[in-house]
Design a protein around this ligand. Structure first.
Ligand SMILES: *Cc1c(COP(=O)(O)O)cnc(C)c1O
Length: 219
């Protein structure tokens, strides 16, 4: 467990790039991790986590919240429309709003509940065919329609293409957020969170660098 090491690297990157104290939130991505590793990070005092799968999060977090008190849990994985209702009840933020049908479903749920998690729109900055996210060319229109539905759009999220320099993708996301007047930038993972902080990330999503490698075979 190296939560302390990652936290100090975040603080150093913030200082190096003139970022204000408190302007970057570390989301500890606990998907697929053994419970004891998650408990260690909770015991160390961390209270913001990320999950990719609704079912896994549902099995884990109600109990951990009972035992550890309020914990923010962010949904950072693809969200099926038929799981949206469970998701809005469980998560404090959803980073993966990526299509009109999901936005419409979330707007209906928000209206009937009178509340909604903070939302990020996922942008497919590399225009990769296999990857979720709104295409850069469609972002402004999509964001306007989400705002028109009264959805609380906090910002934008991206996952740069593997094996590419992430910096231009982070810069593109920051430009799109600025021109649309949204402040949240969910970008940066274990291998590139410092670069993301240099480009204005407000939320970095770090998993394996905190918890160790994920063992999918043990699920
Ligand atoms: C799994 C995941 C992360 C964390 O990845 P690491 O490389 O382990 O830090 C971050 N963001 C998303 C969207 C993920 O699915």
């Amino acid at each position: 467990m190296s939560l302390a090491e990652i936290s100090s690297r975040i603080t150093a990157a913030m200082a190096a790039h003139g970022r204000a104290p408190g302007s970057v939130t570390l989301i500890a991505v606990s998907k697929v991790q053994p419970l004891d590793r998650v408990e260690q990070v909770l015991t160390a005092g961390h209270r913001v986590f990320g999950e990719n799968y609704v079912q896994e999060a549902q099995a884990k977090w109600p109990d951990l919240r009972d035992r550890f008190g309020p914990v923010q849990v962010h949904m950072i994985g693809p969200l099926q429309t038929n799981k949206a209702k469970v998701a809005v009840e469980l998560f404090d933020a959803i980073h993966t709003v990526d299509r009109p049908s999901l936005a419409e479903k979330l707007a209906k749920l928000a209206q009937s509940r009178g509340t909604c998690p903070e939302l990020f729109i996922q942008v497919n900055t590399g225009a990769e065919p296999q990857k979720a996210g709104v295409l850069p060319a469609d972002l402004d229109t999509f964001l306007h329609s989400a705002t028109a539905m009264d959805l609380p759009v906090k910002g934008l999220m991206c996952i740069p293409p593997e094996g590419e320099d992430p910096a231009p993708h982070f810069a593109m996301l920051a430009d799109m957020a600025a021109r649309n007047g949204v402040s949240g930038l969910s970008m940066g993972m274990s291998s590139d969170f410092e670069t993301a902080i240099a480009h204005g990330a407000t939320h970095v999503r770090v998993g394996s660098a905190i918890f160790g490698a994920r063992d999918y075979s043990a699920r």
